[in-house]
Design a protein around this ligand. Structure first.
Ligand code: NAI
Ligand code: MG
Length: 352
């Protein structure tokens, strides 16, 4: 029987609740599909920061290195500035482990009410491929003349040929396994250095994939299109910032943040990859036991795929669909009254 060593970092707020349900579902999938997940839990979080002055220990990255995968809840909570929590835990892991692909699949699931009323479940299925290690999220820049009338802040974006090319190539490879369409998010009309460079690399890589249909769209128009004609999108590739925004939008049109999983993937497999829901710690509903665990459960299914347990991953996805389409268990964000635990348990018992 295969055993996988998984690091669990539940983090803050509802991250803790949804991760517990994901573990329940994944353990059940393991029982039925002949593998075992050996969990090690890390309490790294804003609470940890308030007690110790850091989000994770100095050797945190070294502690995570030997694992086969990482399941992360959410990081960030009122009381600790978001840039401190994010840069103290999540972003160092993504960068140290070269998780340069942030993969965010979205699908309209049966039983969920999309803002796009009247769409059928199979009309809306796409995946956002977000660059995850550079771009607009850089530490380069500074502030000048603090507190003076002439105060200003400068933040540099970093677009390297290596970074841009590998994420675009990943998108084209992925498109070959799906419907064969790639849309690139750009803004080369307004951002006149980095975005034309992104477009050039996109065109170069596209030329190597004549079998894949490619197009580029400005981010503003793409946002509108995602709402009006999402059926014409399949693989959407974007920079760190554009990919982040598009994936929340895509989540919103498919039933909300409680449904959207994501993977931080190191494609060569040199380092552990990390799986998490797209959403954050939701302080507004934290501690109430009503967070929707589906996003985190589907993030767990992505982790199973990554580990090679594809049958179990498919079984988890089917169980989510069954639990939702029965219409008996739904958390408040889905219009129901169920708790996090009730929905998690319903998914676990629907696995075959
Ligand atoms: P959020 O995603 O935590 O919440 C946005 C809205 O969606 C809230 O109204 C929340 O109640 C709702 N929501 C989110 N997940 C839900 C779920 N599973 N079920 C039901 N409703 C759900 O985003 P927000 O409020 O901007 O950020 C809160 C904290 O989380 C901040 O500290 C932020 O930095 C952090 N954050 C962390 C992320 C990560 O760990 N990757 C990603 C996004 C935010
Ligand atoms: Mg986001």
């Amino acid at each position: 029987m295969s055993t996988y060593r998984i690091a669990s970092i539940p983090g803050d707020g509802i991250g803790v609740d949804v991760t517990a349900e994901a573990r329940r579902v994944l353990d059940r999938a393991g029982e039925l599909h002949g593998f075992r997940l050996e969990w090690t839990e890390f309490d790294w979080s804003c609470e940890c920061y308030l007690a110790t002055g850091s989000m994770m220990p100095d050797d945190g990255i070294e502690q995570l290195r030997p694992f086969d995968g990482i399941l992360l809840g959410a990081v960030g909570f009122p009381g600790v500035p978001d840039h401190v929590s994010l840069w103290g835990l999540l972003i160092p892991i993504r960068r140290a482990f070269a998780q340069y692909v942030n993969l965010r699949p979205v699908r309209l699931l049966p039983g969920t009410r999309s803002v796009l009323a009247g769409r059928e479940a199979d009309e809306l299925e796409m995946v956002i491929v977000r660059e995850n290690t550079e771009g607009e999220y850089s530490q380069i820049g500074g502030r000048h003349n603090s507190g003076q009338p002439g105060e200003f802040a400068v933040q540099q974006s970093i677009f390297t040929r290596t970074g841009v090319e590998r994420i675009i190539r990943f998108a084209f490879e992925l498109a070959r396994t799906r419907t064969g369409r790639v849309t690139s998010a750009t803004k080369s009309n307004g951002i006149i250095h980095t975005m034309p460079f992104w477009d050039e690399v996109f065109a170069e890589v596209a030329a190597e994939y004549p079998d894949v249909h490619s197009e580029q769209t400005h981010i503003d128009a793409l946002a509108a299109r995602m709402v009006q004609h999402p059926d014409r999108l399949d693989v959407v590739v974007g920079s760190n910032l554009f990919g982040d925004i598009l994936s929340d939008l895509a989540a919103a049109v498919t039933g909300g943040l409680g449904m959207a999983p994501s993977g931080n993937v190191n494609p060569p497999g040199e380092f552990p990859s990390m799986f998490e829901a797209v959403h954050g710690s939701a302080p507004d509903i934290a501690g109430q036991g009503i967070a929707n665990p589906v996003a985190q459960i589907l993030a767990g299914a992505m982790m199973l795929d990554h580990l090679g347990e594809t049958a179990a991953a498919a079984a988890v996805r089917t169980a989510v669909e069954r639990a939702l389409s029965a219409g008996e268990v739904a958390t408040p964000d889905l219009g129901g009254k169920s708790t996090t635990t009730e929905l998690g348990a319903a998914v676990a018992s629907a696995i075959t």
